[in-house]
Structures are given as structure tokens and as C-alpha cells.
Ligand binder design. Structure first.
Ligand code: 5AD
Ligand code: SF4
Length: 448
């Protein structure tokens, strides 16, 4: 039964997959009569969609819950009930511990069960107690979610794969998101078409291990990620495709070839390498060496020389010496990444690395991270500088801060500002890049 007038506030932590999940659960709640609000104090339902990847991300949830407790009490004093739900990866990892530590929480729901939110909210209210739902249900959540709601966005995320069986020794994902699961091609295509019909021009296919995708395709054949990309590229009106996040071991020949010959596949690749030392890579269970990573990048660049590469790196994995950290810097200089995300190693409960000897002191991690980030910035700067003077096709996404300005994305995922009329929103337009800052480029529209 729809409950008219109820409002939901959602705060999202963590990766793009959580952004996608938040959109889908909001749509499920809208179908149940909720409307979305960006004012937490007006919300009858507050959802924190959480991330467990590093300790800091997980702890943010508890500091938020402290503030939400005060809010809930104030609303109760004014006669309004508030339901508080913790969903996502902290919910999966910590379960009932969350409502023990923060009794303000009414619902704890894992990433595979959020399609059940409307029914769980009703049950929790009826039974007057908090509920925990962290099973991996047999039923598939995608089959139980409503169709995509209309969007005004030009770009969208689309989850095609979830979970990970790679078991890197630092990582909680196999425990929070479970084993690898790929959606069927038909299911993905249906969702892609509905997004494109609504005006979406660029899709980013998401998966924790997206290049491990192996879904049921037409004619009973199993499709690889390359097959899926080529299949979706045939959708009229869809102009650009990206995918993230990939494991180096999953960069198959057919996917590398697609980077060379599928024009809709953007020349941008996020390929985490995590560390430059072979000893650390082995302790991380990455199953490749630094040289193998470098050789792989050379093969991908042979197929697509004009490529922006980005990566993830961890500093201070247990046992990492100064010399081993230097090897990480050396890989950076050898490859020249266009962008990178860098993290201090954070020991996560239940992972094998948590129990390793040689945990690196915080001060050492801080110092290494600062050195690494200076190197990352230099390479990012070099990459952006090389774009000046080039004319790049820019997909305009939204109005800029100044009147008459639009912001779009280059093929390399950089933000680009230009003076441009509103009618160009949703269009791909050639822009000559004239300058760059730390986070974006600026340019002038050129006639086609
Ligand atoms: N500590 C620090 N960084 C981590 N990552 C994953 N687990 C940890 C951890 N325990 C980083 C990896 C991964 C990115 C999403 O987060 O670099 O690729
Ligand atoms: Fe964080 Fe991983 Fe969960 Fe994404 S999948 S929210 S990165 S723990």
C-alpha cells in the first residue's frame, strides 16, 4: 500500500556501485509512495548506504548515526516517527552489531536485499523492533526491483556484475558482496535501453570485477565483457560506453581488441595495480608481477595508443619496506597514469592481511602517501597539459557555475568547461582545450 507524503533521505558512501544501488533503492521506495528529499530533518526514512572498504569509511557511519539519533529524538518530540536504515557493505559485514552499538537503527540490510526495503520497513513498524537482513537471498534482487525511473541525466551507471572471487588478502569485498555474479545480457540490455530512451548517452558498466563478466547471452551463449560491450554498442542513441573496475588478470584479448576497434568504447581504463613490488603483490594475492602489469599496459596501448589509464594503489601493506615503496613510485613513472586513487593500507576484520606481521606504523604510511600523491599529481598534470591545443569530443552533462557555461566530459573522463548554449546538453561537441586546472579542463567550442 503506497504511503503518500512520506519522505526518504539517502546518504551514499563508497564506490559507484553504491551510487547505483542508492538510485535503485530510491526508485523501489518511490514505487511504494516515498518521495526523495535532500533535507535529512524532513525525512521519515533515513538511509545510510555504507562502505566497509577501509576503517575510515566504516567509522563515518557511526558518527553520522550519533547525529541522526538527536534528529530522531527531535522529530519524535514534534510527533513524527523516523525509520533509520543502515544498508550496504557495513550492514553486510557487521549485521546485528550495528543496532547493538547504535540502537537508533531500525533496519540493517545488506547489498543483496535492498529490494525488500519497503516490506522490511512495514514489518519493523508492525513488530516494533529492529530487523537485520543480511542473507544472500536465493531470489535475485534485480528481478524484484521496479523498472528504471525516468532520469534527466546524460550519463548513468549500470551494474552488470557483482561480487568477487579473487580474494586479494587486504580486501573485504568477497565477504560483503559475495561471490561473482553476472546479470544476463537481456536484463542489462533492457535496462540500458530504458536509460537511453530517457536521454542517457553514456553508460558506465559497473562490477567489482567487471572484466570477469560472464553472463547468459542470446542463443544460450556465455558473453564476455567484450561481447557485452559490442552488443550494447549497437543501441541507437547510446554514444559512449565505459566499464569499471577491472582486474589485470581479466584483460582478455577480446577486451583489449575492443579498445582498438569499438568506437563507442571510451579510451579510458581504470586498472588497479595496488603495489610495485613483486613480493608485496604476491602477499596481496594479486597473481601478477609488476612487469606483467607493465607488459599488459603496453598491449592495451598497442590497441589504443590514445588512452587515459587510471589506477588504485595501496601504501603501507604489512611488511612493505622503503625500497618496496620506491618500486611503486617507479611503476608510476614508467606508466604515466592520467589519474590515480591512493590509499593507506587499512586492516579489515576477517581478511588474511589483518593477521600478517609487520603492520606499518601510521606515520610511515602518511609519509609514503604524501610522496605518492605528489607523484600522482605530477603525472595527472602532465596528462592534462598534453590535452591543451587538442580538440576533444565533449559530452555536455550539466550547466556550469557561471551563466552561459556547460560542463561535460572528455573521452578521458576529465571534466571540461566551455561557453555553450543549453541546447547542447546531452550532445557531443568538439571542444578545443585551451587551459587546465587540477581537476578539469576548459575550452572553446569548434564548429563540427
Ligand atoms: N586498505 C586500503 N585500501 C584498500 N582498498 C581495498 N581494500 C583496502 C584496504 N584494506 C583499495 C584498493 C581497491 C580500492 C577500491 O580500495 O586499492 O582497488
Ligand atoms: Fe565499499 Fe567495496 Fe562495498 Fe563499494 S563494494 S561500498 S568499495 S566495500
Amino acid at each position: 500500500m503506497p504511503r503518500a507524503g512520506r519522505k526518504v533521505f539517502v546518504r551514499t558512501f563508497g564506490c559507484q556501485m553504491n551510487v547505483y544501488d542508492s538510485e535503485r533503492m530510491t526508485e523501489a521506495l518511490q514505487a511504494d509512495g516515498y518521495s526523495e528529499t535532500s533535507a535529512i530533518e524532513d525525512a521519515d526514512l533515513v538511509i545510510l548506504n555504507t562502505c566497509h572498504i577501509r576503517e575510515k569509511a566504516a567509522e563515518k557511519v557511526y558518527s553520522d548515526l550519533g547525529r541522526i539519533r538527536v534528529l530522531k529524538e527531535e522529530r519524535a518530540a514534534a510527533g513524527s516517527d523516523t525509520v533509520v536504515a543502515v544498508v550496504g557493505c557495513v550492514a553486510q559485514a557487521e549485521g546485528a552489531e550495528i543496532s547493538r552499538r547504535a540502537p537508533v537503527v531500525d533496519l540493517v540490510v545488506g547489498p543483496q536485499s535492498y529490494h525488500r526495503l519497503p516490506q522490511l520497513i512495514r514489518r519493523s513498524r508492525a513488530e516494533g523492533r529492529s530487523l537485520v537482513e543480511t542473507d544472500f537471498p536465493e531470489e535475485e534482487k534485480f528481478a524484484h526491483l521496479p523498472a528504471r525511473a525516468p532520469t534527466r541525466n546524460v550519463t548513468a551507471f549500470l551494474t552488470v556484475q557483482e561480487g568477487c572471487d579473487k580474494f586479494c588478502t587486504f580486501c573485504v569485498v568477497p565477504y560483503t558482496r559475495g561471490m561473482e555474479y553476472s546479470r544476463s545480457v537481456a536484463d542489462i540490455e533492457r535496462e540500458a535501453r530504458s536509460l537511453v530512451d530517457a536521454g542517457v548517452r553514456e553508460l558506465t558498466l559497473l562490477g567489482q570485477n567487471v572484466n570477469g563478466y560472464h553472463g547468459d547471452g542470446p542463443g544460450g551463449r556465455t558473453y564476455s565483457l567484450a561481447d557485452l560491450v559490442r552488443h550494447l554498442a549497437r543501441i541507437d542513441g547510446l554514444e559512449r560506453l565505459r566499464y569499471t573496475t577491472s582486474h589485470p588478470r581479466g584483460m582478455s584479448d577480446d577486451l583489449i581488441a575492443a579498445h582498438g576497434d569499438e568506437p563507442k568504447l571510451m579510451p579510458y581504463l581504470h586498472l588497479p595495480f595496488q603495489a610495485g613490488s613483486d613480493r608485496i603483490l604476491a602477499a596481496m594475492n594479486r597473481k601478477h608481477t609488476a612487469q606483467e602489469y607493465i607488459n599488459l599496459v603496453a598491449r592495451i596501448r598497442a590497441a589504443q595508443p590514445d588512452l587515459a589509464l587510471s589506477t588504485d594503489v595501496i601504501v603501507g601493506f604489512p611488511g612493505e619496506t622503503d625500497a618496496e615503496f620506491e618500486e611503486t613510485l617507479a611503476v608510476f613513472d614508467e606508466i604515466g597514469f592520467a589519474a590515480a586513487f591512493s590509499f593507506k593500507y587499512s586492516a579489515r576484520p576477517g581478511t588474511p592481511a589483518e593477521k600478517l606481521d609487520g603492520q606499518v606504523p601510521e606515520a610511515v604510511k602518511t609519509e609514503r602517501l604524501a610522496r605518492l600523491q605528489a607523484r600522482i599529481e605530477k603525472h595527472q598534470w602532465d596528462f592534462a597539459a598534453r590535452c591543451v591545443g587538442r580538440t576533444l569530443p565533449v559530452l555536455f552533462e550539466r550547466p556550469g557555475r557561471h551563466p552561459g557555461q556547460l560542463i561535460g566530459r572528455s573521452p578521458f573522463l576529465q571534466g571540461v568547461h566551455a561557453e555553450a548554449p543549453q541546447e547542447l546538453l546531452g550532445r557531443i561537441v568538439p571542444v578545443e582545450i585551451s587551459s587546465f586546472g587540477t581537476n578539469s579542463l576548459a575550452g572553446v567550442i569548434r564548429p563540427e
